[in-house]
Design a protein around this ligand. Structure first.
Ligand code: 26W
Length: 818
């Protein structure tokens, strides 16, 4: 093929082909005949990129000219998933691009398979950030997402003898066509050193004399809105050694030591911490947090705002949204910039800061609330510690003024905790500094107000609010479930993808037998599609006619994968003991997907047990193939997009009061799975919307959980009192799933019997009873399908577009830029 001429946007098949070939030739430096699939993927992605470029530049220009208020979303994690299909969809290029590849004789599926998803997040919090920036772009709201360009994202999970083994996620090995490095916009970020006072025209001021610094190099990513010609920016920072490190390499006698120092600097953005919910208090993690937050705030103030901007007007231009406590060090950082660099009075600076931040809390587990030891923070960021102390002093002074010398209250509300060591409570700092504090589902926000931060709610009336999470229907319905999307559009027309409440119009179709049949056929096709993926990916088989019962989420005791597993073991036990004939068991395939934090021993043991149970159940001839347990390794966004549309049953079974919201629960409901769930997180709202008849509720409510704790919870009593439970526990303890070895899973069994923090045993009987209702309901396929359709029709509320509207109205006050 001849070299392609340079042309404009590829808005025709011909144009796309030309631009594709041009990119292949000029950007990859290869002719089509000698290109690898990866070359072709790159050229293809670049062609999509080229098409979006004019809009991106236009949006950047417009935002510079209009100077409207925008959202800086500060998040240590963005779990983006693959970009290619999303960007094709957003730019309306899918058909043209597909035809163009056909014209070139290229298999587009092969190109798709080349993309490595950027796994720059752990789970819910990171995926939520990705959904939010998609919605903001689709709504035309000015937004920059700021975060970290980890060189290694969440680890790749493999199983060796049923046990989790972590492999590094080298997602950048072949490069990424979606990123634009801007080394010219690098920022210097300082650490360490000490503070000193100095005389500034008669005023004594403090200043920071840092000990070392690194460069933060920004990489920009396009965030295209859905078919609206808008493109926002995601800006992720990468750490690079400054020349002072380079100089040390040259000048020092100790070359090796100097190179080590350089490596040390560049380690800051090396790897995503895989802990989700238990902070490790590691110095490198605090370095990461300050690194990206300081770079982002500095970037916004100096790069996005005009040079002559009156800093007092900052609250009219920006809201920094803190995605959990990870970016909260931004609060003293903005104070430092305003007071030390811009020379504002403390009170003026504090007034600005309090209007520029808002804080989202994503947890209820006390151990997940981040604290940093004063020791560590003072060593790494001495000036910031001083500022935090002053914020705390003035805050506690105000508390005293309000309540008198109530020392108990003062100690409880202090930003500085004393036990087990002096430390900064980041959630408290965020609450004191934030204009608003929000939880992520109604129940969560209520518990946050009433149980976690009641003193703060009392002190700051009106500060606490709720914004229930959401998910982007573009990725999780339109892209993940093209069959269902086609059916919906056929029924109610287009428009629902940006106005998801319109799914309500499907309610009438639930009563239409033809629609129900078409809906059931889509579900069946999605199961076959999942079967193909699991076969190719992991050599796993899904049996025809099985109900697909899916539990995918991080492995954590509070989420209670063990409860699901006890149900499986119960069913298995009743078959092999002959109490139930295999032929009477409703055929089910239970699918787990879950990564455990590498240091979380109990979670890893549970993974081992799930695999061990699967091994036995799947191969025991007495089961006659009617019960299967599949655990594909390395659950990620890409796999979620195949699994969720195929599911019949969605497992949302956390102990009430522990799951802040959940977002997987919303994805399943919107893809026509029925939920078996507790009254926890956003399950509460899902059930209210879809109706009790279309939701399998079980388990204690949050107040019942509290009451049982207060009475004194003895899990062994539940074990003694329930024959089914006893049998299931005994079967595990007997070594039936560990080749007779009773020791392997003993820690799981004794933990449940004697501790059971998350009350698995207390909810077991209610769960099994609910599963029996599930079995009974599934027998009537047509009624099940009707319920599934109603789940879809009534879940439009869970669009992240709605979440964004709530944030805008209640917190941000950043209308779309028209
Ligand atoms: C380093 C310690 C650490 C790391 C991550 C502590 C806490 C976290 C996150 C807050 C954990 C997380 O992802 N939370 C989840 O956030 C989702 C989005 O709001 C919610 O849907 C989930 O219920 C919540 O567990």
């Amino acid at each position: 093929l001849a070299l392609a001429p340079v042309t404009g946007p590829a808005s025709s098949v011909d144009g796309f082909v030309r631009q594709f070939l041009r990119n292949l030739n000029y950007e990859r430096g290869v002719p089509l005949s000698a290109s690898t699939p990866n070359d072709r993927y790159f050229a293809f992605a670049m062609t999509v990129r080229d098409y979006l470029m004019a809009r991106w530049l236009e949006d950047l220009r417009r935002q510079r000219v209009v100077q409207a208020k925008g959202v800086c979303y500060l998040s240590a994690e963005y779990l983006l998933g693959r970009q290619l299909d999303n960007n094709l969809l957003a730019s309306g290029l899918t058909e043209i691009a597909t035809e163009a590849m056909v014209a070139c004789g290229i298999d587009i599926e092969e190109l798709r398979a080349q993309e490595v998803e950027p796994g720059l997040g752990n789970g819910g919090l990171g995926r939520l950030a990705a959904c939010f920036i998609d919605s903001l772009a689709t709504m035309g709201v000015p937004n920059i997402g700021y975060g970290i360009r980890y060189e290694y994202g969440i680890f790749r999970q493999t199983f060796v003898d049923g046990q989790q083994v972590e492999q590094p996620d080298a997602w950048l090995t072949l490069g990424s066509p979606w990123e634009f490095p801007h080394p010219e916009a690098a920022r210097r970020i300082s650490f360490g050193g000490h503070t000193e006072t100095y005389d500034d025209a008669g005023v004594t001021r403090s200043r920071w004399v840092p000990g070392w610094d690194v460069l933060a190099v920004p990489y920009n990513y396009m965030v295209p809105g859905y078919l609206n010609g808008r493109v926002n920016t995601l800006r992720l920072w990468s750490a690079k050694a400054t020349d002072s490190f380079d100089l040390r390499v040259f000048n020092s006698g100790d070359y090796e030591e100097a190179v080590r120092a350089q490596t040390f600097a560049e380690n800051i953005s090396k790897v995503l911490y895989p802990e989700d919910s238990t902070p490790q208090g590691k110095e490198l993690r605090l370095q990461q947090q300050y690194f990206f937050v300081a770079a982002s705030i500095g970037d916004f103030l100096e790069h996005t705002l005009p040079a002559d901007f009156d800093i007092h007007k900052l609250p009219d231009r920006v809201i920094f949204q803190l995605n959990d406590t990870h970016p909260v060090i931004g609060v003293p950082e903005l104070m430092r910039v305003l007071v030390d660099e811009r020379k504002l009075e403390w009170d003026a600076a504090w007034a600005i800061t309090q209007q520029c931040f808002a804080y989202t809390c994503h947890t209820l587990l006390p151990e997940a609330l981040e604290v940093w030891s004063v020791d560590l923070l003072g060593r790494l960021l001495p000036r910031h510690l001083e500022i935090i102390y002053r914020i705390n002093e003035e805050f506690l002074e105000a508390v005293r003024e309000r309540y008198g010398d109530d020392e108990m209250r003062i100690r409880n509300m202090s930003i500085i905790g004393e036990f087990p060591e002096r430390s900064v409570r980041m959630a408290y700092l965020a609450t004191v500094a934030g204009a608003k504090v929000n939880g992520v589902a109604e129940l969560h926000s209520q518990l946050l107000r009433d149980k976690v931060l009641p003193d703060f709610n009392d002190f700051f009336p009106g500060k606490f609010t709720n914004v229930t999470n959401g998910i982007t229907p573009r990725r999780f319905v339109r892209l993940a479930n093209p069959g269902l999307s086609g059916l919906i559009t056929e029924a109610i027309g287009t428009g629902w993808l940006t106005d998801l409440e319109r799914l309500r119009e499907l309610e009438a179709y639930a009563e239409d037998p033809q629609f129900r049949q078409a809906f059931a056929e889509v579900k069946a096709a999605n199961k076959r599609r999942l079967g193909d993926v699991l076969r190719a990916r992991d050599g796993l088989e899904i049996s025809d006619g099985h109900m697909l019962d899916v539990m995918v989420k991080r492995l954590h005791e509070y989420k209670r994968q063990m409860l699901k597993l006890l149900h499986v073991v119960t069913q298995y036990g009743s078959i092999v003991s002959g109490r139930v004939a295999a032929s009477d068991v409703l055929p089910r395939t239970v699918i787990f997907g879950a990564k455990a934090a590498p240091g979380y021993a109990m979670a890893k043991r549970i993974i081992h047990l799930i695999n061990a149970v699967g091994e036995v159940v799947n191969t025991d001839p007495r089961v006659e193939g009617r019960l299967k347990v599949l655990f594909p390794p390395n659950y990620n966004v890409t796999l979620a997009e195949r699994l969720i549309p195929a599911a019949d049953l969605s497992e949302q079974i956390s102990l009430a009061g522990k799951e802040a919201s959940g977002t997987g629960n919303m994805k399943f409901a919107l893809n026509g799975a029925l939920t078996i769930g507790t009254d926890d997180g956003a399950n509460v709202e899902i059930r209210q919307l879809v109706g009790d008849d279309n939701f399998f509720l079980f388990g204690m409510s949050e107040p019942e959980v509290e009451a049982l704790w207060a009475r004194g919870y003895k899990p062994a009593d539940f074990y003694q009192g329930d024959e089914n439970l006893r049998r299931a526990m005994d079967l595990i303890a007997s070594g039936a799933f560990s080749g007779g070895d009773r020791s392997v899973f003993e820690p799981i069994v004794s933990n449940l019997l004697y501790d059971d923090r998350f009350m698995v045993l207390a909810d077991y009987s209610s769960y099994v009873a609910a599963q029996e209702r599930v079995d009974a309901a599934y027998v009537d396929q047509d009624a099940w399908t009707r319920s599934a359709i109603l789940n879809v029709a009534r879940s439009g509320f869970f669009s992240s577009d709605r979440s964004m509207r709530d944030y805008i109205e209640r917190i941000w006050h950043t209308p779309p830029l028209l």
